[in-house]
Design a protein around this ligand. Structure first.
Ligand code: B12
Length: 218
């Protein structure tokens, strides 16, 4: 979990993201991990915190769209760079399909989710941004995963999310579905109740515990 030290790293990381210093960002991430921080801590307390600040700065016109794109591209590059190190050597022969809701263009959170499963020995199938619902359903039939994970950042896509859940309830009535993303933060408990029997996660720390729980069942 976040300690006093993470704040310094996230500030330095953000500063370099905004300057477009990819190499420097990569070095900061490695230095952070070398200080006994975990990958979920890097993802949550350095990369996520920095990207949220990027969004805030963009919203108040302090940075351009180009700078925001650059910051996101560097962050995604770092996730890909670290991927070979995070994958657990102990594979447990379980599969998760990770996707964003139709029309959703925010994929960094979903990628972090896929990586969190890989850290726990799962095979993750990360489909990235806004795949059409019918194609996602078809892919799930082909892949036959143990779990589906869906990401939703923009509240306006909530209707797409509900439609997807309807499809899932018909096509995969016995498959566990989990979801997360910033859109759920704006919802009242009444609205959240409409999503029914799926599990919602606010962050990777709880997700990690949930996966460990699933792994312990077999
Ligand atoms: C980068 C970015 C973009 C990029 C995305 C590119 C990409 N490759 O992903 C682009 C340019 C496409 C984009 C577009 C838009 N964006 Co934008 N974007 C951002 C920004 C700056 C960063 C997003 C990000 O990566 N965050 C970091 C990740 C790690 O955080 P996260 O997604 O929340 O994920 C974490 C958790 O939520 C959780 N989680 C997420 N999904 C899941 C799923 C499961 C199963 C689980 C367990 C957990 C989980 O785990 C992650 C780690 O904790 C945010 C700022 C912000 N606050 O995030 C704005 C932001 C999300 N965007 C915003 C907006 C308004 C837009 C646009 C509408 C702008 C426009 N007018 O075009 C469009 C919408 C496009 C669309 N159709 O979806 C707003 C949303 C406001 C709102 N209240 O809905 C934000 C908050 C910016 C702001 N401050 O106003 N954006």
């Amino acid at each position: 979990m976040k300690d006093g030290n993470s704040g310094n790293f996230s500030e330095e990381f953000l500063e370099n993201l905004l300057l477009g210093n990819r190499h420097q960002c990569s070095e900061i991430a490695k230095k952070y991990l070398a200080q006994s921080h975990t990958y979920p801590e890097l993802y949550e307390d350095v990369i996520r915190v920095s990207l949220y600040e990027v969004g805030r700065l963009w919203e108040i016109n302090k940075i351009s769209v180009a700078t925001e794109h650059l910051a996101t591209a560097i962050s995604e590059g770092i996730l890909n760079e670290l991927f070979s190190q995070i994958v657990s050597n102990k594979r447990i022969n379980r599969k998760v399909v990770v996707a964003c809701v139709e029309n959703e263009m925010h994929q960094v959170g979903a990628k972090m989710v896929a990586d969190t499963f890989e850290m726990q020995g799962w095979d993750s199938y990360f489909l990235g941004t806004g795949i059409p619902a019918a194609e996602l359903v078809r892919y799930i039939h082909e892949t036959n995963p143990d779990l589906i994970a869906i990401s939703l950042s923009i509240y306006l896509h909530f209707t797409n999310f509900l439609k997807l859940l309807e499809k899932f309830s018909v096509e995969f009535p016995d498959l566990q579905i989990i979801a997360g993303g910033q859109a759920f933060r704006h919802m009242t408990p009444e609205i959240t109740a409409r999503v029914g029997n799926i599990l919602l996660f606010p962050d990777l720390y709880l997700l990690e515990k949930y996966i460990q729980f699933l792994n312990s069942k077999n």
